[in-house]
Design a protein around this ligand. Sequence first.
Ligand SMILES: Nc1ncnc2c1ncn2[C@@H]1O[C@H](COP(=O)(O)OP(=O)(O)OP(=O)(O)O)[C@@H](O)[C@H]1O
Ligand SMILES: [Mg+2]
Length: 335
Amino acid sequence: MKRLEGVLYPGLDKSIVDLKIVDDVSEENGKPAITLSMQNDEAYAILAERLADLFNGEVIVKRKTLAQKKDINYGHTANPNNRAPYAKRVIAVTSGKGGVGKSTVSVNLSVALAQKGFKVGLLDADVYGPNIPRMLGTADEKLRWNDNDKIIPSENFGIKIMSVGLTTPTPDTPLVWRSSVAVSALIQFLEDVDWGELDFLVIDMPPGTGDIQLTMAQELPITAGVIVTTPQPVALDDVSRAIVMFKDIKVPIGGLVENMSFFIAPDTGKRYDIFGKGGGEATAKKYGIPFLGKIPLDMQIREHSDAGTPPVAMGDKRQKGYYKNVADNLLKQIL
Ligand SMILES: Nc1ncnc2c1ncn2[C@@H]1O[C@H](COP(=O)(O)OP(=O)(O)OP(=O)(O)O)[C@@H](O)[C@H]1O
Ligand SMILES: [Mg+2]
C-alpha cells in the first residue's frame, strides 16, 4: 500500500490510494496481487502498466467494475432501482433527435426551478458531448473530493452540477468509452456525488433512445420525462420514437417542449416559422401528452448559452419568460 501511494490516477494529481480505488492487496504465487475497483478502461490500462513498471513486472493487476460489485437490475423498469434516494423528484430531459435544445432546456429549466426556491441538481448524462459546464460557466472547474471521498459537484446559478466534462483534462478531450463504461460512470455520478438533499434531480440525456436512456430509466424512479423537439417533421418522427420508448418502459411523460418554434427578425419584427408551425402541439396531442410551451429561435439564447450565462437568469424579460413558463407548466403536471 505504501508503494501504491505514489501511483497517480491518469490525468489527476491524486493517487490511487487517495481515490480509494485499491480494492485489495494480497499475494499470489509470491507476487503482489492488486485489485483496482474502477470503471474507465483507458485509465485501467494505463494504471496496469504503471504498476507493472513499479514492480518490475512482478505483479498481478486485477480489476473490479461496478457492474460486478453491485447487481444492476437490467430488464424491466416498472420497479426501477433508486440510485438517487436523496432526490425527491427526477426529471429526465430527452429528445429523439440531436441538437434540438435538450441541454439548453435542461439548464434553464433547472435554474428556473432553483429560482422558485427548490434545491436542484443537474446531471449531464451526455457523456460523449458534455455541454452543460460551458452553458453554466463552470467549464474550467475540475473534480474535487470532500473528506468523505464524495465528489463535490460544481455550483452556479443556484444549482449543483455534475458532468463528465469536469473529469477530463481539457474540454476537447474525447471520451472513447464503450456504452457499458459510460453507464457505470453515470451510476457513479448518481451514487458518489455529494448532491445533498434535492427537490429535483434534472438529467440532461444524450440524443436518441439508447443504452443510457434505458439505464437511467432502470436505475432511477423518473418522476417525469420532458421531451424536447423542434417543429419540423424529421425531428417529430424521432421524437415520436422517444415518446413511444418512454411509454413502453413505463416512464411518465411530463410533457413536450417545442424549441426553435419561430423566429422574430430583430430588425423588422417579422415572424418566420423556419421549421414549420404547430408540429409540437400536434405531436403532443397525438400521443396524449401535455404541451409545456414554445421557445423561439433567438440569437441571444444561443449567445447566453455559449457565454455560460443562462437566459432564464441573465436574459431579457421575454427570454426569462419562455423558460419560466415551461417550468410552471411542468410543475402543474407533477406537484
Ligand atoms: N431557442 C434557441 N434559440 C437559439 N439557439 C438555441 C435555442 N435553443 C438551443 N439553441 C442553440 O442550439 C445549439 C444546440 O442546443 P443544445 O446543445 O441545447 O441541443 P441538444 O439537443 O442538447 O444537443 P445534443 O443532441 O448535441 O446534446 C446550441 O448552440 C444552443 O445554444
Ligand atoms: Mg445536449
